[in-house]
Design a protein around this ligand. Structure first.
Ligand code: ADE
Ligand code: ZN
Length: 351
């Protein structure tokens, strides 16, 4: 009997423990979005930065978002506490420890340099802190990690070119570039030239598209940026031919259900489009986006999604396998992780 059929015999009640032990990849997490209120307040004090919240509970109370921009306002306010190399190291190290606890074997992590440069923090400071945590991650936590530098799409295109110029002397510290921040009114095609330059420097390219933006945002991310993965992409379901294309070309979509609910992209977890995306044969995987703001890290996101959407063990296997296959790791490393995933599912199925 093929393995996937065996896997479908695993009862739903076993899924949380199966999620806990299964190897998985986190491909859509913003390191600034892992800044927990406790750490934000501690860093505010350490660095003498004023935050508009009296304490962590006050910051949590502000986490009511009507839309992406509402969230971004809080996210950029809180990032103001990050100033020194040590701050960036501490932030990444705390995240990687959590990732290890979730059995994340590979994390490809976004960071937003423009948010820091605008406050007078040097790119070298950001890169040094994050890179040191990442360099120690495999030995300290058993998590292979890498950085994707995101351009803020609501900042001028010329600034993205300047940022790329600034990072190229440190080319080896990042594996690729992304495009994030406010999607409405800032379509991907504006960044075609800067993405072309990034690609010719040998960098991978991914882009947030189809989160709040229309399906054409996804099409343009593919056709003008040559995005290798689409971050979110949930609004592709509004365009049947786009869905067919994404499925045919096996374009990875890094979907973040808790984020979509908290930012009112989806009405509820139970009504999230993920099951429809799976049914359409899309190469979807599940991720946490900004876990300090949206209610949980990767295992919690997977467990809550599986329960609310009544996902089967087969769905879960596909999501986890897609996460591993959509990494920028070498094929042999991917195959080794997938073999371990298969063993976890086979064991859970009693095989
Ligand atoms: N930056 C951090 N989280 C983001 C999201 N969900 N969408 C766009 N930009 C972001
Ligand atoms: Zn994101």
């Amino acid at each position: 009997m093929p393995l996937v059929h065996t896997f479908s015999s695993i009862p739903a009640t076993h899924l949380p423990s199966l999620i806990a032990v299964s190897p998985k990849a986190e491909l859509h997490v913003h390191i600034e979005g892992t800044l927990e209120p406790e750490m934000a307040c501690a860093l505010a004090e350490r660095n003498g930065v004023a935050l508009p919240y009296a304490d962590p509970a006050g910051m949590r109370q502000a986490m009511n978002f009507r839309c992406l921009q509402d969230f971004l306002n809080l996210y950029y306010t809180a990032t103001a506490v990050l100033r020194t190399e040590q701050d960036f190291y501490d932030l990444a190290q705390a995240y990687l420890q959590r990732a290890a606890a979730d059995r994340v074997v590979r994390a490809e992590i976004f960071f937003d340099p423009q948010a820091h440069l605008a406050r007078g923090v040097r790119l070298e400071t950001v890169l040094a802190g994050l890179s040191q945590a990442i360099a120690r991650s495999e030995t300290d936590h058993g998590v292979s990690a890498a950085l994707l530098m995101s351009f803020l799409r609501d900042r001028p295109v010329a600034e993205a070119h300047e940022l790329l110029d600034a990072v190229l002397p440190f080319r080896e510290t990042i594996i690729g570039v992304g495009l994030d921040s406010a999607e409405a009114g800032h379509p991907p095609e504006l960044f075609a030239d800067v993405f072309a330059r990034a690609r010719s420097a040998g960098l991978h390219v991914v882009a947030h598209a189809g989160e709040e933006g229309p399906p054409s945002s996804i099409t343009n991310a593919l056709d003008t940026l040559y995005a290798e993965r689409v971050d979110h992409g949930v609004r592709c379901l509004e365009d049947v031919s786009l869905v067919q294309r994404l499925a045919r070309q096996r374009i990875p979509l890094t979907v973040c259900p808790l984020s979509n609910v908290r930012l009112q992209v989806a009405p509820s977890l139970a009504a999230h489009p993920l099951p429809r995306m799976l049914a359409a044969g899309l190469k979807v995987s599940v991720h946490s986006d900004d876990p300090a703001y949206f209610g949980g890290y990767l295992n919690h996101t997977l467990t809550a999604s599986a329960e609310a959407m009544s996902l089967t063990s087969h769905d879960l296997y596909v999501l986890l396998r897609n996460s591993l296959e959509s990494t920028f790791l070498e094929p042999a490393a991917i195959a080794s992780h997938v073999a371990k995933l298969d063993r976890c599912f086979a064991e859970a199925a009693g095989g």
